[in-house]
Design a protein around this ligand. Structure first.
Ligand code: PLP
Length: 404
């Protein structure tokens, strides 16, 4: 039996470095507790707890009624591409030709994948400031390229460190990835930082992947700035966007890739031989969301802002705990002194065991630098948030770390 498994079950070489997610143990355990009837405080999930705006559902229902159930254009329906271009113009001040500069993707995930597959391969390096959303590293490895993590400093609020990025650039650098607002830190990259990045990249032929999936989720007076709107960056920038976060449409699996034609055309070639096109009848719903669900999105953003404030009131000012400045997205990235608790993966398991709170250990975003950090998603009911955060604080402040 086992001989058969080895003979046929040998994964491709490219999977050798792609490890199962470190969040798996938490997910599995949380699911088992819930199956046994326990209440679990879900702070591990990176998706809104709201329903999709009705206008999007209605438009998709109407599309189905019209019988729009067949293959569509590889790059997406003409109307949704137009809606995305209009939205980017209105919200970010960037101009894209819907005919040749936008691809509707299957979630922002596919946009990341298409961009990397189109431009990176063996021998190429991709710079990723960390902590970072773990998918980048795995997708980079799937292309055969090498991820080059650039560790950002917790003491400097995980600000983009231009000198560290400069030190990481080599002739093999093919792409730099920027995620603003950031998952997991909630940080928002400033104009000065983007201008410094533009100056740094100017003499190179490196591309910039700008993941702006959280662009509409910024708080207080923070403004999101697309790098594609800064100086000459547009010509080397592939913009990632989507519907999952601001419109609570994560299950729809729709997003986009926008950039100059010469960058979009190779990405479209990858699309032609992988997923072919995004589901046809979902695209009118997505267009309706962009054009008509602004008020719904703003209502959700305000709810996140309220939760963010309630959460910060609980988390700030506690000795041994720091929370990075969460100007955007819907996460708190909490770092704690090794003197007050065990390493993050063990802490996450203990929080679930003792407090029924599920969080993501920082090692999921930076295997070496995230050992004493956890990510807390506040995309949950404000009462659950307050109660769960109190439980976390209690665990962090009253227990002597095992092995300390
Ligand atoms: C930074 C970042 N980019 C992209 C995505 C993928 O979004 P989608 O659900 O649209 O594929 C996520 C999802 O969590 C994310 O956090």
């Amino acid at each position: 039996m086992s001989t058969t498994t080895i003979r046929f079950g040998r994964p491709a070489e490219r999977l050798a470095e792609i490890k199962p997610s470190p969040i798996r143990a938490i997910f599995d355990k949380a699911a088992a507790l819930e199956a046994a009837g326990e209440k679990v405080y879900h702070f591990e999930i990176g998706r809104p707890d709201f329903d999709t705006p009705q206008v999007a559902k209605d438009a998709t229902a109407a599309s189905l009624e019209r019988g729009e159930v067949h293959y569509g254009p590889n790059a997406g329906t003409t109307d949704l591409r137009k809606a995305i271009a209009e939205y980017l113009q209105a919200r970010r001040g960037t101009t894209y030709d819907p005919a040749s500069e936008v691809i509707v993707t299957i979630g922002a995930n596919e946009a990341v994948f298409l961009a990397l597959m189109a431009f990176c391969g063996p021998g190429d390096e991709v710079i990723v400031p960390v902590p970072a959303w773990a998918h980048y590293e795995s997708c980079i490895r799937l292309t055969g390229a090498t991820p080059v993590p650039v560790r950002l400093d917790a003491a400097n609020n995980f600000r983009l460190d231009i000198n560290a990025i400069a030190a990481a650039i080599t002739p093999a650098t093919r792409m730099v990835i920027l995620c603003t607002p950031n998952n997991p830190t909630g940080g928002v990259t400033t104009r000065d930082e983007i201008e410094a990045l533009a100056a740094l990249l100017e003499p190179t032929d490196a591309l910039l992947m700008s993941d702006e999936i959280y662009a509409d989720l910024v708080y207080e007076n923070t403004e999101h700035l697309s790098p594609a709107a800064v100086g000459s960056l547009r010509e080397r920038t592939l913009v990632i966007g989507g519907f999952a976060k601001a419109f609570a449409m994560d299950g729809w699996r729709l997003g986009w890739l926008a950039g100059p034609t010469e960058l979009i055309t190779p990405a479209l070639r990858v699309r032609q031989y992988t997923t072919v096109c995004a589901p046809t009848f979902l695209q009118p719903g997505a267009a309706a969301a962009l054009r008509e669900a602004g008020p719904d999105a703003e209502q959700m953003r305000r709810a996140f802002e309220e939760r963010r404030k309630a959460g910060l009131d609980i988390l700030q000012g506690i000795p041994g705990i720091t929370v990075s400045q969460p100007d955007g997205a819907f996460y708190f990235y909490l770092s704690y002194s090794p003197d007050i608790a065990e390493p993050a993966e063990q802490l996450a398991l203990r929080l679930l065991d003792e407090q029924r709170v599920a969080v993501v250990p920082g090692t999921a975003f930076d295997p070496h630098g995230g050992t004493h950090s956890i990510r807390i998603s506040y995309a949950c009911h404000i009462d659950d948030l307050s109660e769960g955060l109190r439980r976390i604080v209690q665990s962090l402040t009253t227990t002597t770390p095992k092995g300390a």
